[in-house]
Design a protein around this ligand. Structure first.
Ligand SMILES: Cc1cc2nc3c(=O)[nH]c(=O)nc-3n(C[C@H](O)[C@H](O)[C@H](O)COP(=O)(O)O)c2cc1C
Length: 198
């Protein structure tokens, strides 16, 4: 099944690259696996994100659906996210190291990890894959079960899979299963020349 490109429905107010409009967050996935080669292309895209002093603080921990770690990752998700992630091929957790190699605090770690995540999402979307960020999971359980040291912030989880028709979803999720469902603020609402405005 073909991935619906966001640019077929979304319209930007100013001209931008289709790659950006094309990415969206579908939930309908086929249950097919993601090959290790496909997955590494996504992490390769993350690798080339910019970062403060080139510290590259992002880390990813992942599990394949058909692999030994799947149940552990799936068990971290909220009930809602479990209802659609059962058809994902890979679940991942994005981490951000809070300090640099000398142990000095890196106050840009979260923004750098965010850049890596967006690179990954754009690459996945360009390959016709579903890539969906998730904040609905148990952070403490993730830290404990995935053995994540305190020096790393747990940023969010990510579902990756092959696209499917929206009919695989529960009815209440089908309505929002299109790139037009999530709208955006106007540029003028979050960009200010000269000084901040409420
Ligand atoms: C960090 C992050 C956490 C998110 N958490 C969830 C989640 O737990 N469950 C879910 O269904 N969608 C989740 N989303 C998807 C957002 O709702 C979605 O990105 C937003 O509505 C914008 O839509 P779009 O990605 O299709 O452009 C998350 C997205 C991000 C980036």
């Amino acid at each position: 099944m073909e991935y619906t490109k966001g640019s077929e429905i979304r319209k930007s107010d100013y001209p931008i690259h289709d790659l950006i409009l094309d990415r969206w967050s579908p939930r309908a996935m086929s249950g097919d696996s993601i090959s290790q080669d496909e997955l590494m292309r996504l992490f390769e895209a993350a690798r080339w994100a910019p970062s403060s002093s080139n510290i590259q603080p992002w880390r990813f921990v992942y599990a394949h659906k058909d692999g030994e770690y799947w149940d552990k990752f799936f068990g971290l998700l909220s009930e809602f996210n479990q209802t659609w992630c059962n058809n994902a091929g890979v679940l991942a957790v994005l981490l951000a190291k809070k300090t640099d190699d000398n142990g000095k605090e890196n106050r840009n770690h979260l923004s750098d990890a965010g850049a890596a995540w967006e690179n990954l999402a754009l690459q996945g979307s360009s390959m016709g894959l579903v890539v969906h960020g998730m904040a609905g999971y148990n952070v403490e359980k993730a830290r404990e079960e995935l053995k994540i040291p305190e020096d790393y912030d747990i940023v969010h989880m990510i579902a990756i899979g092959k696209p499917a028709d929206k009919e695989v979803l529960h009815e209440r999720m089908q309505k929002s299963e299109n790139p037009g469902a999530s709208t955006r603020k106007l540029v003028g609402e979050f960009v200010f020349e000269g000084e901040f405005k409420e």
